[in-house]
Structure formats: structure tokens, C-alpha cells
Design a protein around this ligand. Sequence first.
Ligand SMILES: Nc1nc2c(c(=O)[nH]1)N[C@H]1C(S)=C(S)[C@@H](COP(=O)(O)O)O[C@H]1N2
Ligand SMILES: [Mo]
Length: 224
Amino acid sequence: MSHDDERIKRIVEARLKLKARHLSKPTDRPMGEGPPNRHGMPKLPVGQTVAKNWPVLDLGEKPDIALDDWRLKIDGAVEAPVTLDWADFLALPQAEDVSDFHCVTTWSLMDSTWKGVQFSTLAALARPLDAATHVLCHAYDGYTTNLSLAAALQDDVMLVYAWNGAPLPRDHGGPVRMITPQLYAWKGAKWINRIEFLRGDRPGFWEERGYSNSADPWRDDRYS
Ligand SMILES: Nc1nc2c(c(=O)[nH]1)N[C@H]1C(S)=C(S)[C@@H](COP(=O)(O)O)O[C@H]1N2
Ligand SMILES: [Mo]
């Protein structure tokens, strides 16, 4: 086994220990607490604690992608597959949004301001076939994660390059990552480099290793 494999194995083991601990606790499945905010959901999902600083979680490899080398490929079940470079990406309609970030390991980062391009803008560019039902996002570190097309097309799902007015740090997936504010944060690929539209569902890295496919924070929908 390579060092990479061993490192990833240790990370997966640690995460599956958290899963076992979570599943051993009784659950009454409330939605969360606090006043409703975005999407009418309680501000803090069940089982989450507000984080003051933004933790870093990934598989340990942090790709260093210069903007000149950065590419985003959009392909699979689409009419118009395309590969964007940085200038192409910035030439698309830009969006800004405030949203929250909920990690399955029980911390939430609240009220971040994001700047980037909505996923729906990228979908409109590539034109998914009627047969497309899901997407698999791929990243420069080899990570993958899957979403239903319906979930990916929510207004607040974005490929972001700025956080609270500053460039997205490399540790958090810069130059560009995806965010999925209405799903647990593992559904948002850091260092994203490919959006593959699918004719059916295909599990990503954590979904293959015991994480929930649907990942709804307000349903405590952490593991499968
Ligand atoms: N490319 C990539 N994206 C990733 C991951 C990863 O290992 N590689 N980890 C996921 C997980 S499990 C979480 S909780 C969030 C963490 O994002 P953060 O490090 O910015 O807090 O990124 C998600 N996206
Ligand atoms: Mo995570």
C-alpha cells in the first residue's frame, strides 16, 4: 500500500468511528433549533454546533492549482460538453449569496458570503439531456461526490472562488470549490475540476463508504 492509501485509510477509519458513535445514540429526529432562516429551515440543523473558525477536512492531499492551469470540464449526459478555463469561468454570470455550511462531523459555519457561479448557470451552458438525473463532481485530489440533479440545481449551489470578500483559501478548495448549503458539506467538492452528468445515480467517495446518499442536515441524514 502506498503512503497515500494508508493516509486515506486512516481518515476513512476515523470517520467510520464517528459514524458508529452516531448510530449508537438514540435519535428523535428533530429538525434543529433556532429561528427558521433560509429555505424556512431552522437555522441550526439537529446535532450541529456553531463553529467560530472554519475547520479544514479532506483526504490530506491539497492540490496547488495555478489559475492559468485551472480547468473545469462539464460532460457526460449533456448536449454541449465544454471545458472552461479561468477566463471562460469569469465571463459567465457571477453570483453572490449568503449561506451556511454544515459538516457531517457536527460543526456548522454560519452566514458566509460566497462569490462564484451558480451550478445552474453551468448546467444551462452544457444543457443536460432529459435522461440526466444525477451529477458526479470530480476534484483535482481524486475526490468524487454525487448529487441528484434536483439538489444540484438549487439556487444556492455554487462553484465559489471568494469567501467573505477574500479569495477562497487553497485549504478550503481554492481556487474553486462547490458548495451545497442545503446538504452536508461533503457534497461540495473542493478543487473541483469536472462535473459529470449521469443517466442514473453513481456513489462518490464517501457515499461508497457509508455516508448517506441524500445527506439532508435537517433530517439528521448522515449515514446509510
Ligand atoms: N476535493 C475534495 N473535496 C472535499 C473533500 C475532500 O476530501 N476532497 N472533503 C469533503 C468533506 S468530508 C467536507 S466536510 C468538506 C470540508 O470542507 P472544508 O475543508 O473547507 O471545511 O469538503 C468536502 N469536499
Ligand atoms: Mo465532512
